[in-house]
Design a protein around this ligand. Structure first.
Ligand SMILES: Cc1ncc(COP(=O)(O)O)c(C=O)c1O
Length: 380
């Protein structure tokens, strides 16, 4: 499963899911477990902000952030360089807000100076949204720089760091990210089903103000119910998916045992070697510049004469490797290798590169698997 989430998971994580079930609403031991899990998550996200573990999956965090923060007719700066960045604008519209979109091509990254220009021009903006790693395009946006600008303008920054946290450096607090959203099934390599959301004081205050003006129009996605029930009264707003949290806890434990800086190094090394091997195969990376690439996923242009689904089925059936296709405008044009979390290991990357090269050859593309495998090994 060399896909950009869900990833493969460590056997320890699978075992954790088989742990005897506690009653998450009533068992005091579950409360202590939950507190300690949140502390681990905070270390990984580099934050002292409140952390919510929301049943559902990552997208629930994006929608909940918008539902809870944005008032009807409120302008929101939506910074978009890909499919998920644009998706934020849809959520803003869905909840009655007015997205002011600062748009960049999918194969490029966000330019901080354009974001600053937009903020200078547009007055009355309190909230901005952006995506750190645009998983479909395999790009990594300059979150640190955007966070600095938003902070200078007093803007609340909502970030989708779904496929970057625990793969590449993310400093939630130092980079002024007010709401940061992470997926359990991406670089953390736990099963899908939990959306991880950190919320700053500034973001809570905005939600309180906004709720007084016009009530938040959701029950499940209203983050304020977490503030009022959990953070103020230690009552969970609904029953937790306990088994998924046991798995998430073990996955976080594994990351902390390895040490987060080492985890980043492993990702960087595997990602770079995958990129070099892909180029040695005669393929082209999708991002315009190699510098734009995320170290968690590699997006590759499908070469002429090769059909997307045929290639992915072939590689799975003949070589037992699953790679990812794409969405929207990138569907049929760009495939992806997901080297995040428990996937970011040399033996898995070599296997995937071998399988991709052999499959391309099987389907008539001229390439040398020997060169590809030699290149990846040289860089690992
Ligand atoms: C950048 C990004 N944001 C959000 C999501 C949505 O995550 P989920 O499928 O867990 O809802 C994904 C999933 O691929 C993603 O890559």
């Amino acid at each position: 499963m060399f896909t950009p989430g869900p990833t493969e998971v460590h056997p320890r994580v699978l075992q954790a899911m088989a742990r005897p079930l506690q009653n998450p609403d009533l068992d005091p031991d579950f409360y202590s477990f939950y507190d300690s899990l949140c502390e681990k998550i905070k270390k990984i996200m580099k934050t002292d902000n409140d952390v919510i573990l929301h049943s559902g999956e990552a997208i629930i965090g994006l929608e909940a952030a918008v539902a809870s923060l944005v008032s009807p007719d409120e302008k929101v700066l939506t910074i978009a360089s890909g499919i998920y960045g644009e998706g934020f604008a849809n959520f803003v519209q869905m909840y009655g807000g007015k997205p002011v979109i600062v748009k960049f091509p999918y194969d490029e990254i966000v330019k901080p100076e354009e974001v600053e220009r937009a903020l200078e021009k547009e007055k009355n903006i309190e909230v901005a949204t952006m995506v750190h790693c645009e998983t479909p395009s395999g790009t990594l946006n300059p979150l640190k720089e955007i966070g600095k600008i938003c902070n200078e303008y007093g803007i609340i920054l909502v970030t989708d760091a779904v496929s970057s946290v625990a793969g590449v450096p993310v400093e939630t607090d130092k980079w002024h990210v007010d709401i940061n959203i992470v997926g359990s099934q991406k670089c953390i390599s736990a099963p899908p089903g939990i959306g991880i959301i950190s919320v700053s004081k500034k973001a809570w205050e905005k939600m309180e103000r906004r709720d007084q003006k016009s009530r938040i129009k959701s029950f499940y996605l209203n983050l304020l119910s977490w503030k009022r029930d959990w953070f103020q009264n230690r009552i969970f707003p609904y029953t937790h998916a306990a088994s998924l949290l046991y798995a998430l806890d073990e996955a976080c434990q594994i990351i902390l045992e390895e040490k987060i800086e080492k985890v980043y190094e492993r990702h960087q090394k595997v990602a770079n070697s995958v990129r070099q091997a892909v180029k040695a195969m005669g393929l082209e990376l999708y991002p315009k510049e190699e510098d734009y690439c995320s170290d968690t996923v590699t997006a590759i242009k499908i070469p002429k004469g090769i059909e997307d689904e045929k290639l992915r089925n072939h590689i799975l059936q003949k070589y037992g490797v699953m790679i990812a296709g794409n969405w929207g405008d990138l569907r049929g044009k760009v495939i992806r290798l997901g080297h995040m979390g428990y996937n970011a290991y040399p033996h898995k990357a070599i296997h995937a590169i071998f399988a991709l090269s052999e499959s391309l050859k099987d389907l008539g593309f001229k390439t040398s698997t020997e060169d590809a495998v030699k290149t990846i090994k040289e860089h690992l």
